[in-house]
Write a protein that binds this ligand. Structure first.
Ligand SMILES: [Zn+2]
Length: 198
């Protein structure tokens, strides 16, 4: 499974694309929260809830219905005093759905309950290129953790590429703004007058 940190980074390019490279930090943070929230069901392990149960890991909180409810609630909280509720809702919905989508692409045995509460079926894609479970790192030391295949995979194949794409959106927006002011911004008439005198 991608770790919560990887889920958070994977939605950053989407947020920047939706904001044309000018996403506010608070918007990025709320979208990251939407992408991480489905894993709140990891608490199920603390309470010994079996994975196959409704609130077990990758159960209801990984469903499409939960994604809609969570996105609506988070967008309401985020945008209550601003316009743009719909845009926030759509981005948070995509962020939340992306979580289940990436989980279903991961090398694991725990399927994703996309269709709860209507159907109990747990699904995984037949092609699962995303590296496996964090559980193997449970008793590992710090060096083993930072050199573990999962951590290296996430850092170099998920987190850094996602950050690079997101930052390229921001740089492109910045470059466009600078070019605009360089080429099209008329100089105030007063300065033009001064120049002519010189
Ligand atoms: Zn998950």
């Amino acid at each position: 499974m991608p770790t919560p940190l990887a889920h958070a980074f994977l939605v950053w390019p989407l947020v920047e694309a939706a904001s044309r490279g000018r996403a506010k930090p608070s918007f990025v943070i709320f979208a990251a929260l939407s992408a991480v929230l489905p894993d709140i069901d990891l608490l199920a392990y603390v309470f010994n809830v079996n994975e196959s149960e409704f609130f077990g890991h990758r159960g209801f909180t990984h469903s499409v219905v939960f994604a809609f409810l969570a996105a609506a609630a988070i967008a309401f909280f985020y945008a209550r005093k601003k316009s743009g509720w719909l845009k926030a809702f759509l981005v948070f919905l995509a962020a939340s759905l992306s979580h289940s989508f990436f989980d279903a692409l991961s090398d694991t045995a725990v399927g994703v309950a996309f269709f709860l509460p209507f159907f109990e079926v747990r699904l995984l894609f037949s092609w699962r290129p995303i590296a496996g479970s964090l559980k193997t790192l449970h008793d590992a030391g710090l060096f083993e953790i930072i050199t573990a295949p999962l951590v290296l995979f996430e850092t170099f194949r998920l987190i850094l590429p996602a950050a690079a794409i997101a930052l390229s959106f921001r740089f492109f927006a910045l470059w466009k703004t600078k070019r605009f002011y360089k080429n099209f911004s008329p100089e105030p008439a007063m300065f033009q007058e001064e120049k002519r005198k010189i």
